[in-house]
Design a protein around this ligand. Structure first.
Ligand SMILES: [Zn+2]
Length: 132
């Protein structure tokens, strides 16, 4: 269950996710307008449903590297959204401890508690690019 989170806190975080989702689509739409890319424009012409997981995949298929960050975030938001639906939102995916409301408020898409995030970042850090 969503340990430690009250229904009010959950509702607030749920709203934050939806808001960020809409914001991202606004950004993606701007990008589409700037590019005048037909497929892309059509795809991004209206905000999709937060539960439509195919949209991020479709954007990735277009290989538009400039929106990689947004697409990545759309995925994270959708993942958080579905964790919420399953009632496991707010629980660390590694140690299953509650992530905590304060951290979720700052990062509604957080999947790990601070301790596990720290470990994760240390073990999955990108190797520094060699400078020749
Ligand atoms: Zn943890």
């Amino acid at each position: 269950m969503s340990a430690e989170l009250t229904p009010e806190q959950l509702a607030e975080l749920r709203e934050a996710l939806q808001r960020r989702f809409d914001e991202l689509w606004a950004e993606i739409r701007e990008e589409a307008a700037a590019r005048r890319e037909e497929t892309f424009s059509r795809l991004a012409s209206e905000a999709p449903d937060i539960e439509d997981q195919s949209v991020a995949d479709q954007l990735v298929d277009l290989e538009l590297t400039t929106i990689d960050r947004q697409v990545e975030e759309v995925r994270e938001i959708q993942a958080a959204w579905f964790r919420m639906k399953e009632g496991i939102y707010g629980e660390c995916i590694d140690c299953h401890a509650p992530i905590g409301y304060e951290r979720l408020k700052a990062f509604p898409t957080a999947q790990r508690c601070l301790t596990c995030q720290d470990i994760y970042e240390k073990t999955h850090a990108e190797p520094p690019h060699p400078s020749l």
